[in-house]
Design a protein around this ligand. Sequence first.
Ligand SMILES: Nc1nc2c(ncn2[C@@H]2O[C@H](COP(=O)(O)OP(=O)(O)OP(=O)(O)O)[C@@H](O)[C@H]2O)c(=O)[nH]1
Ligand SMILES: [Mg+2]
Length: 507
Amino acid sequence: MAIPSFVDRVRLHVAAGRGGNGTASVHREKFKPLGGPDGGNGGDGGSIILRVDPNLSTLVDYHRQSQRRARNGQPGEGDNRNGARGEDIVLAVPDGTLVTDADTGEQLADLTGAGAELVVARGGRGGLGNAALASASRKAPGFALLGEPGEERTVTLELKVVADVGLVGFPSAGKSSLVAALSRARPKIADYPFTTLVPNLGVVVAGDLTYTVADVPGLIEGASEGRGLGHDFLRHVERCAALVHVVDTATYEPGRDPVGDLKIIENELARHGGLEDRPRLVALNKVDVPDGRDIADIVAADVEQFGWPVFEISTKTGEGLTELSHAMAEVVRRRRAATPAPEPARIVLRPAPAAGEEFAIKRQGDGEGGHLWRVRGDKPERWVRQTDFGNPEAVGYLADRLNRLGVEDKLLELGAAAGDAVAIGGDPRTGDGAVVFDFRPQVDIGAEILSRRGEDDRLVEDRPAVARRRELDREYHRRKADGTWRTDVGEDARDDDQQPRRDPTDD
Ligand SMILES: Nc1nc2c(ncn2[C@@H]2O[C@H](COP(=O)(O)OP(=O)(O)OP(=O)(O)O)[C@@H](O)[C@H]2O)c(=O)[nH]1
Ligand SMILES: [Mg+2]
């Protein structure tokens, strides 16, 4: 059943923007050679947000363009100028879009209701500049924090029609005709099976109540084994308050009759599962055809055996439609009274961890010289990403933050010894890309580390980054000596975005 035009499930790759780097710079004025630090903060990277737009009915746009990338934040500049934020990208999705992580299968959100939204990829935070990092004990920081990478992931978007009433039945039973007769929707109607490939949604006004009705592509026996269009479409009626069996009383197909059709459709619904509790109505359609009327009269008693209200209708002449529509409205009214519509809420993708669980440490295998300790936690991992390992002062600042959080104490408590390796961050599953330190416990670490200007020997010496760091180090000292040092990253002109200064403490 390859139907390329039918798009109600798409994969979408989203990449949020990187945060801009903070800048380390020193204010310079004639006759005032050493002003204070004035390096601005980097701007936050743009996020990617999915938001329900009730006017949309398909995901087809994402089929055409399946990757979206938000802009990076701009780096900060000297003279306390903050980098501009990367703009957020808001992607409109239809009501009833289910969002799952394509890699883990985890359901991220079920976006229902106008305006419901999900931050599907959060932009990286901009790094603080040295002006914001200055404190009483660190008057002129010679470093700034790096911007963080933006989140990036692949998600599956799946549209579930949010209708109050779902119409089910054999192909050509007249489901689309019924949607057209009850509402202003104009779905395709034709006398061949499987005309409908995408559910059609119509809005019905019945007295003082407005409700929606959707048809579902026709079902046939064995749909659960993939016959016809299969079961895929039944997920669209999972949210319905009621199901209406549309039964063809005038079919010429051999072996078909209303009672047999009802049994087959019910069997398919049962195989799909989850719809057992939904009230049902039966619409015996096409009674304008003389044979149809006769059949309807003959089977009426048998159909009533199912225990559901039965209506004889014709979408062609309009017979029976008012009664059916009011009966549908009644079911919807009852259901709405029992379950108030959920408030559209902004869903936070990753809630902050509860206080007291800021990091976790695990011992993992024994290295050659000692143990390997893995540190996980939002803060330590974020701080590592913000650290410019080419700048020893920045590395010292990182050590200071980790200590204040209690990482060293915890390592000692767990039995870590000097010479053990400590890995922070990296891939959550494999640990690839983690930054590895040599554990050198220092009791009085703060001031001593912060004033240190040489190598930070807690870095494992064989990391390739170390060579680069040494090189940058030499550059740093050389340029610091001749007064040209400044860690500018990027060279674009940028807006002077007046972000409030963030608290330089460990947020
Ligand atoms: N005479 C008569 N014909 C009808 C009536 N309702 C629908 N039809 C005809 O039945 C055929 C199928 O109608 P559709 O509404 O396309 O049927 P469907 O159930 O949506 O079919 P699929 O989308 O293929 O599953 C069309 O030729 C309609 O004109 C009716 O009340 N009377
Ligand atoms: Mg149809």
